[in-house]
Design a protein around this ligand. Structure first.
Ligand code: FAD
Length: 360
C-alpha cells in the first residue's frame, strides 16, 4: 500500500504487501483459501458472518487443504476474532484500530483490499447486509474480478476447477442463475442473511489469530461519523428467534396488531407475506420469502398464509413451524410441524392468552 491516508496492515507472514497482485486466474494455484469478512458493530458480530463461516467450512471440505480465513475489522474486537475460530475459521486476520471503530467505506475497503492482495484467497464471502453490500461494492470497483451479489446458494466445484458456484434469483426472480468467475481471482460473493446454517460454536476449536499492524492517518479519511442515530423500530427478522407472520388471510392491517400481541407475548417479531406488504398493511422490511428476507428462527407461526413456494423458500429453514389456516388444503399445513385448521381470529387470541399465562 502507498504511504497515503490508507491503513497499512503489515502482512504477518512476510508475504510482500505489493498491492500489485494480478487477478488473472491463470495463476490460480497461487490463490488459495476461503476468506469470510466478519461484520460486527460495537463489538457485536452479525449472525450472517457465522452462517458464512459455516458454509465456507462445508465448501472447504470439498477442496483438500483449503484453509478457511476470517477477516475481523474494528476496535477492541479481539473477542470477535476468538468467536470466529469457534465458528469455523482456521486463521483470523485481525485489524484492530480506533479508526475502524465505526464502519466507514474507505478504511474498511482499504484493509480488505490489502488482505486480498497479500493473502490471495481464491474465494471472498461477505454478508449481503447494508454494510456488506457497501463494502463488497467498494472492493469490486478496485479488484479486477467479478462480484455476485445477494446469493441464496453457494457451492464449489472440486479440483481441478475449484470454481465457486454462486446462485441468485434473476430475471425478476423468475429463475435461479448460477454465476461462475472463471478467469479472475478472487471469486467474490455476497450472500443473504439467514440462508446458510452456522456451525455449533466450539470454543475449544484450534485456530490462529494474526494481528495486522494497521496505521491510519485519520485526517485523510474522507468521511467523519458525527452522530449515530438508531432507528428503534427496525425489525431484525434474520436474527429473530420467534417470528409471527401474517398473510392475505388477515384481511387487513388490523390483523397485524393482533399478531404483534402474539409476537410480544412470545418474545418475537412480526413477519409478512408479499400480498400483505403490497396491500400496504405492513412495511416491506417485514416481508419474508423469495423477494423478501430469508429467516431461520426457532419458531415460525404462519397465520393466514397459504404457503406458496416463494414464501416457503424464505422460511422453511425454521426449526419449528406452526401454521394456522382455515383451508385444510393450504400447502403451509403440509410444511408445518403443528398444523391448526381454523379461523386465525379465534386461534391467535387463544395462543396469546396461553403465551401470557406461560410467561406469568
Ligand atoms: P394467499 O395465497 O391468498 O393465502 C391466504 C391464506 O389465508 C389462504 O390459505 C386462506 O385459506 C387463509 N385464510 C383466509 N382467511 C383466514 C382466516 N380468517 N383464518 C385462517 N386462515 C385464513 N410471496 C411471499 O410471501 N414472499 C415473497 O418474497 C414472494 N416473492 C415472490 C416472487 C415472485 C417472482 C412471485 C411470482 C411471487 C412471489 N410471492 C411472494 C407471491 C407468492 O407467489 C404468493 O402469491 C403469496 O405468498 C401468497 O400470499 P398469502 O399466503 O399471504 O396469500
Amino acid at each position: 500500500m502507498t504511504a497515503d491516508s490508507r491503513p497499512h496492515p503489515t502482512p504477518p507472514d512476510g508475504r510482500p504487501a505489493d498491492g500489485t497482485a494480478s487477478s488473472d486466474a491463470s495463476g490460480a494455484e497461487r490463490w488459495e483459501g476461503i476468506l469470510v469478512v466478519v461484520e460486527q458493530h460495537d463489538g457485536e458480530p452479525r449472525p450472517v458472518s457465522w452462517q458464512l463461516l459455516g458454509q465456507a467450512r462445508r465448501m472447504a471440505a470439498r477442496l483438500p487443504g483449503c484453509p478457511v480465513m476470517a477477516l475481523v475489522m474494528g476496535h477492541q474486537v479481539r473477542h470477535v476474532a476468538q468467536q470466529a475460530i469457534a465458528y469455523g475459521a482456521d486463521v483470523v486476520l485481525l485489524a484492530d484500530h480506533p479508526a475502524l471503530g465505526v464502519y466507514r467505506t474507505q478504511p474498511y475497503s482499504d484493509v480488505t483490499l490489502h488482505v486480498i492482495r497479500t493473502h490471495r484467497p481464491e474465494i471472498v464471502l461477505i454478508g449481503a447486509t447494508y454494510t456488506g453490500r457497501d463494502l463488497a461494492g467498494a472492493i469490486a470497483t478496485r479488484v479486477p474480478t467479478g462480484l455476485t451479489a445477494d446469493c441464496t446458494m453457494l457451492d464449489v466445484e472440486p479440483p481441478p476447477s475449484r470454481l465457486l458456484q454462486a446462485s441468485r434469483p434473476a430475471f425478476s426472480e423468475k429463475l435461479m442463475a448460477t454465476i461462475l468467475c472463471k478467469r479472475h481471482r478472487p471469486q467474490m460473493a455476497t450472500a443473504r442473511p439467514g440462508v446458510f446454517e452456522a456451525l455449533e460454536p466450539d470454543p475449544s476449536r484450534p485456530g490462529e489469530i494474526r494481528e495486522l499492524a494497521v496505521t491510519l492517518d485519520e485526517s485523510r479519511v474522507a468521511a467523519r461519523v458525527v452522530r449515530i442515530e438508531r432507528q428503534t423500530r427496525t425489525v431484525r427478522l434474520d436474527e429473530a428467534r420467534v417470528i409471527v407472520a401474517g398473510g392475505r388471510g388477515l384481511g387487513g392491517p388490523h390483523g397485524f396488531r393482533l399478531l404483534g400481541e402474539l409476537a410480544e407475548a412470545l418474545g418475537g417479531v412480526v413477519g409478512a407475506s408479499r400480498p400483505a406488504v403490497e396491500a400496504g398493511w405492513i412495511g416491506h422490511e417485514h416481508q419474508i420469502g423469495q423477494t423478501g428476507q430469508t429467516v431461520r428462527p426457532k419458531l415460525y407461526v404462519a397465520c393466514g398464509i397459504s404457503g406458496a413456494v416463494q414464501h416457503l423458500v424464505g422460511m422453511s429453514g425454521s426449526e419449528v413451524i406452526v401454521a394456522i389456516d382455515k383451508d385444510p388444503q393450504a400447502p403451509i399445513l403440509q410444511a408445518a410441524d403443528v398444523a391448526i385448521v381454523g379461523d386465525l381470529y379465534e386461534v391467535v387470541p387463544a395462543l396469546i392468552q396461553e403465551a401470557r399465562a406461560g410467561r406469568g
